[in-house]
Ligand binder design. Structure first.
Ligand code: UP6
Length: 257
Protein backbone atom coordinates (compact mmCIF):
# COMPACT_ATOMS: atom_id res chain seq x y z
CA UNK A 1 0.00 0.00 0.00
CA UNK A 2 1.31 3.43 -0.91
CA UNK A 3 0.64 5.94 1.83
CA UNK A 4 0.19 9.66 1.44
CA UNK A 5 1.19 11.92 4.31
CA UNK A 6 -1.42 13.71 6.44
CA UNK A 7 -0.16 16.95 4.93
CA UNK A 8 -0.90 15.73 1.40
CA UNK A 9 -4.25 14.33 2.44
CA UNK A 10 -5.30 17.68 3.92
CA UNK A 11 -5.41 18.91 0.32
CA UNK A 12 -7.51 15.94 -0.83
CA UNK A 13 -10.07 16.28 1.94
CA UNK A 14 -13.52 17.46 0.84
CA UNK A 15 -14.87 18.25 4.30
CA UNK A 16 -13.31 21.31 6.00
CA UNK A 17 -12.86 19.58 9.39
CA UNK A 18 -11.05 16.62 7.77
CA UNK A 19 -8.61 19.06 6.22
CA UNK A 20 -8.19 20.86 9.55
CA UNK A 21 -7.53 17.58 11.40
CA UNK A 22 -4.99 16.32 8.82
CA UNK A 23 -3.13 19.63 9.08
CA UNK A 24 -3.31 19.64 12.87
CA UNK A 25 -1.89 16.10 13.08
CA UNK A 26 0.86 17.00 10.67
CA UNK A 27 1.99 20.16 12.49
CA UNK A 28 1.43 18.98 16.09
CA UNK A 29 2.87 15.56 15.27
CA UNK A 30 0.21 13.51 17.00
CA UNK A 31 -2.41 11.04 15.77
CA UNK A 32 -3.63 10.19 19.26
CA UNK A 33 -7.27 10.81 20.24
CA UNK A 34 -8.31 10.31 23.84
CA UNK A 35 -11.74 8.99 24.85
CA UNK A 36 -12.43 11.04 28.00
CA UNK A 37 -15.20 8.86 29.41
CA UNK A 38 -15.40 10.53 32.81
CA UNK A 39 -18.69 11.30 34.54
CA UNK A 40 -17.55 14.35 36.50
CA UNK A 41 -17.03 17.59 34.57
CA UNK A 42 -14.10 18.80 36.67
CA UNK A 43 -12.28 15.49 36.34
CA UNK A 44 -12.84 15.63 32.60
CA UNK A 45 -11.53 19.20 32.37
CA UNK A 46 -8.49 18.30 34.50
CA UNK A 47 -7.75 15.37 32.17
CA UNK A 48 -8.11 17.61 29.10
CA UNK A 49 -5.74 20.16 30.61
CA UNK A 50 -3.14 17.53 31.52
CA UNK A 51 -3.10 15.58 28.21
CA UNK A 52 -4.03 18.44 25.86
CA UNK A 53 -0.50 18.86 24.55
CA UNK A 54 -0.34 15.17 23.48
CA UNK A 55 -3.54 14.81 21.44
CA UNK A 56 -5.14 15.83 18.16
CA UNK A 57 -8.70 15.08 19.32
CA UNK A 58 -10.56 14.78 22.63
CA UNK A 59 -13.57 12.48 22.40
CA UNK A 60 -16.53 13.04 24.72
CA UNK A 61 -19.77 11.26 25.64
CA UNK A 62 -21.42 14.39 26.95
CA UNK A 63 -24.53 12.51 28.10
CA UNK A 64 -22.58 10.54 30.75
CA UNK A 65 -21.55 13.67 32.68
CA UNK A 66 -23.51 13.87 35.95
CA UNK A 67 -23.01 17.59 36.55
CA UNK A 68 -23.10 18.88 32.94
CA UNK A 69 -23.74 22.58 32.36
CA UNK A 70 -22.93 25.17 29.70
CA UNK A 71 -19.92 26.38 31.67
CA UNK A 72 -18.37 22.96 31.10
CA UNK A 73 -18.48 23.46 27.33
CA UNK A 74 -16.99 26.96 27.63
CA UNK A 75 -14.12 25.63 29.75
CA UNK A 76 -13.50 22.66 27.44
CA UNK A 77 -13.47 24.97 24.41
CA UNK A 78 -10.86 27.23 25.97
CA UNK A 79 -8.65 24.26 26.89
CA UNK A 80 -9.01 23.00 23.30
CA UNK A 81 -7.91 26.37 21.93
CA UNK A 82 -5.02 26.64 24.39
CA UNK A 83 -3.66 23.16 23.56
CA UNK A 84 -4.78 23.04 19.91
CA UNK A 85 -7.00 19.95 19.77
CA UNK A 86 -10.44 19.27 18.28
CA UNK A 87 -13.57 18.16 20.14
CA UNK A 88 -15.31 14.97 19.04
CA UNK A 89 -18.74 14.20 20.54
CA UNK A 90 -19.29 10.46 20.13
CA UNK A 91 -23.11 10.67 20.04
CA UNK A 92 -23.59 7.79 17.55
CA UNK A 93 -26.72 9.31 16.02
CA UNK A 94 -28.94 6.67 14.40
CA UNK A 95 -32.51 7.96 13.85
CA UNK A 96 -34.32 9.46 10.84
CA UNK A 97 -33.04 12.75 9.42
CA UNK A 98 -35.74 14.91 11.00
CA UNK A 99 -35.09 13.52 14.50
CA UNK A 100 -31.30 13.66 14.37
CA UNK A 101 -31.56 17.30 13.32
CA UNK A 102 -33.23 18.03 16.68
CA UNK A 103 -30.84 15.76 18.57
CA UNK A 104 -27.88 17.55 16.99
CA UNK A 105 -29.08 21.15 17.33
CA UNK A 106 -31.48 21.19 20.30
CA UNK A 107 -32.05 19.67 23.73
CA UNK A 108 -29.77 20.05 26.75
CA UNK A 109 -26.48 19.68 24.87
CA UNK A 110 -26.93 21.62 21.59
CA UNK A 111 -24.08 19.55 20.16
CA UNK A 112 -23.93 21.39 16.81
CA UNK A 113 -22.87 24.56 18.66
CA UNK A 114 -19.58 23.15 19.96
CA UNK A 115 -18.62 19.74 18.53
CA UNK A 116 -16.04 19.72 15.73
CA UNK A 117 -17.11 16.20 14.76
CA UNK A 118 -19.81 13.66 15.66
CA UNK A 119 -20.38 9.97 14.99
CA UNK A 120 -23.30 8.64 12.93
CA UNK A 121 -24.61 5.12 12.34
CA UNK A 122 -25.85 4.39 8.81
CA UNK A 123 -28.52 1.90 9.82
CA UNK A 124 -31.33 4.37 8.91
CA UNK A 125 -29.91 4.88 5.40
CA UNK A 126 -28.06 7.78 3.81
CA UNK A 127 -30.98 10.21 4.31
CA UNK A 128 -29.82 10.55 7.93
CA UNK A 129 -27.12 12.88 6.57
CA UNK A 130 -29.77 15.42 5.51
CA UNK A 131 -30.54 15.94 9.20
CA UNK A 132 -27.04 17.33 9.80
CA UNK A 133 -26.70 19.71 6.85
CA UNK A 134 -27.85 22.91 8.60
CA UNK A 135 -26.06 22.14 11.89
CA UNK A 136 -22.73 21.27 10.26
CA UNK A 137 -22.64 24.65 8.55
CA UNK A 138 -22.59 26.47 11.91
CA UNK A 139 -18.89 25.66 12.47
CA UNK A 140 -17.71 23.72 9.43
CA UNK A 141 -17.92 20.46 11.41
CA UNK A 142 -17.74 16.91 10.09
CA UNK A 143 -19.46 13.54 10.38
CA UNK A 144 -17.69 10.28 11.17
CA UNK A 145 -19.62 7.23 9.93
CA UNK A 146 -19.36 3.98 11.89
CA UNK A 147 -18.10 1.49 9.31
CA UNK A 148 -16.98 -1.12 11.84
CA UNK A 149 -17.02 -1.49 15.64
CA UNK A 150 -14.47 -2.83 18.08
CA UNK A 151 -16.89 -4.86 20.17
CA UNK A 152 -17.30 -8.61 20.07
CA UNK A 153 -20.10 -9.75 17.76
CA UNK A 154 -20.39 -6.35 16.02
CA UNK A 155 -22.89 -6.41 13.16
CA UNK A 156 -21.13 -3.57 11.29
CA UNK A 157 -19.37 -6.03 8.96
CA UNK A 158 -19.30 -7.21 5.34
CA UNK A 159 -21.86 -5.63 2.98
CA UNK A 160 -22.95 -3.22 5.70
CA UNK A 161 -19.40 -1.86 5.95
CA UNK A 162 -19.18 -1.63 2.15
CA UNK A 163 -22.38 0.40 2.03
CA UNK A 164 -21.20 2.74 4.78
CA UNK A 165 -18.03 3.47 2.80
CA UNK A 166 -20.22 4.17 -0.24
CA UNK A 167 -22.35 6.50 1.90
CA UNK A 168 -19.17 8.37 2.91
CA UNK A 169 -17.98 8.62 -0.71
CA UNK A 170 -21.42 9.90 -1.81
CA UNK A 171 -21.58 12.62 0.86
CA UNK A 172 -18.13 14.13 0.58
CA UNK A 173 -18.96 17.55 1.96
CA UNK A 174 -20.53 16.33 5.20
CA UNK A 175 -18.52 13.18 5.95
CA UNK A 176 -14.97 13.72 7.20
CA UNK A 177 -14.07 10.16 8.02
CA UNK A 178 -14.84 6.68 9.28
CA UNK A 179 -14.71 4.83 12.57
CA UNK A 180 -13.22 1.50 11.55
CA UNK A 181 -10.87 -1.29 12.55
CA UNK A 182 -8.93 -1.50 9.27
CA UNK A 183 -8.32 0.40 6.04
CA UNK A 184 -10.21 -1.18 3.15
CA UNK A 185 -9.40 -0.41 -0.52
CA UNK A 186 -12.60 1.60 -1.09
CA UNK A 187 -11.73 4.03 1.75
CA UNK A 188 -10.32 7.08 -0.01
CA UNK A 189 -7.39 9.24 1.12
CA UNK A 190 -9.82 12.13 1.66
CA UNK A 191 -11.29 10.39 4.72
CA UNK A 192 -9.77 10.31 8.21
CA UNK A 193 -9.80 6.75 9.59
CA UNK A 194 -10.16 6.61 13.38
CA UNK A 195 -9.89 3.40 15.41
CA UNK A 196 -11.10 2.74 18.97
CA UNK A 197 -10.35 -0.43 20.93
CA UNK A 198 -6.67 0.39 21.53
CA UNK A 199 -4.60 -0.47 24.59
CA UNK A 200 -1.05 -1.69 25.22
CA UNK A 201 -1.68 -4.06 28.10
CA UNK A 202 -5.16 -5.53 27.68
CA UNK A 203 -6.99 -7.63 25.09
CA UNK A 204 -10.48 -6.70 26.22
CA UNK A 205 -12.90 -5.91 29.04
CA UNK A 206 -15.78 -7.78 30.71
CA UNK A 207 -18.38 -6.13 28.45
CA UNK A 208 -17.25 -7.11 24.96
CA UNK A 209 -14.62 -4.48 24.20
CA UNK A 210 -11.64 -5.86 22.21
CA UNK A 211 -8.22 -4.17 22.15
CA UNK A 212 -5.30 -4.01 19.74
CA UNK A 213 -1.98 -2.19 20.13
CA UNK A 214 -1.23 1.18 18.50
CA UNK A 215 1.49 -0.42 16.32
CA UNK A 216 -0.87 -3.13 15.03
CA UNK A 217 -3.64 -0.66 14.20
CA UNK A 218 -1.46 1.95 12.48
CA UNK A 219 0.91 -0.43 10.69
CA UNK A 220 -0.96 -3.71 10.03
CA UNK A 221 -4.47 -2.23 9.76
CA UNK A 222 -3.24 1.01 8.22
CA UNK A 223 -5.69 3.44 9.82
CA UNK A 224 -4.82 7.02 10.80
CA UNK A 225 -5.82 7.86 14.37
CA UNK A 226 -5.92 5.71 17.50
CA UNK A 227 -8.63 6.38 20.09
CA UNK A 228 -7.55 5.41 23.61
CA UNK A 229 -9.80 5.66 26.67
CA UNK A 230 -9.20 3.58 29.80
CA UNK A 231 -5.61 2.85 28.74
CA UNK A 232 -4.92 6.52 29.47
CA UNK A 233 -7.44 8.01 31.89
CA UNK A 234 -7.44 5.05 34.31
CA UNK A 235 -3.92 5.88 35.30
CA UNK A 236 -2.12 7.83 38.00
CA UNK A 237 -0.11 9.78 35.46
CA UNK A 238 -2.30 10.14 32.36
CA UNK A 239 0.03 12.67 30.72
CA UNK A 240 3.07 10.39 30.64
CA UNK A 241 0.98 7.39 29.51
CA UNK A 242 -0.65 9.56 26.82
CA UNK A 243 2.85 10.48 25.66
CA UNK A 244 3.70 6.77 25.31
CA UNK A 245 0.61 6.14 23.14
CA UNK A 246 1.31 9.29 21.16
CA UNK A 247 4.90 8.27 20.47
CA UNK A 248 3.93 4.70 19.50
CA UNK A 249 1.21 5.88 17.10
CA UNK A 250 3.28 8.68 15.58
CA UNK A 251 6.48 6.67 15.12
CA UNK A 252 4.47 3.86 13.51
CA UNK A 253 2.79 6.35 11.16
CA UNK A 254 6.18 7.79 10.18
CA UNK A 255 7.65 4.32 9.62
CA UNK A 256 5.22 3.77 6.75
CA UNK A 257 7.09 6.17 4.45
N1 UP6 B 1 -16.03 3.17 20.80
C1 UP6 B 1 -15.52 1.89 20.89
N2 UP6 B 1 -15.71 1.03 19.82
C2 UP6 B 1 -16.37 1.43 18.72
C3 UP6 B 1 -16.85 2.72 18.66
N3 UP6 B 1 -16.67 3.55 19.69
O1 UP6 B 1 -14.93 1.48 21.91
O2 UP6 B 1 -16.47 0.63 17.76
C4 UP6 B 1 -15.82 4.19 21.86
C5 UP6 B 1 -16.44 3.90 23.20
C6 UP6 B 1 -15.45 4.51 24.18
C7 UP6 B 1 -14.12 4.45 23.47
O3 UP6 B 1 -17.71 4.49 23.30
O4 UP6 B 1 -15.76 5.87 24.38
O5 UP6 B 1 -14.42 4.33 22.07
C8 UP6 B 1 -13.22 3.28 23.86
O6 UP6 B 1 -12.85 3.39 25.22
P1 UP6 B 1 -11.81 2.40 25.93
O7 UP6 B 1 -10.48 2.66 25.28
O8 UP6 B 1 -11.86 2.82 27.36
O9 UP6 B 1 -12.31 1.01 25.72
Amino acid sequence: IINKSFEERAKLATNPMASKLFNLMSTKKTNLAVAADLTDKQQLLDLAESIGSEICVLKTHVDIIDNYDEEFIKSLKSIAIKHNFLIFEDRKFADIGNTVKYQFENGVYKISKWADMVTVHGVAGSSIIDGFKSGLKENGSGLLLLAQMSSKGSMCVGDYTTQIIEMANNNKEEVMGLICQERLPSMTDALVLMTPGVQFNSTGDAMGQQYNTPEYIIKEKNTDVIIVGRGIYQNNDPKSVANKYRTAAWETYKSKF
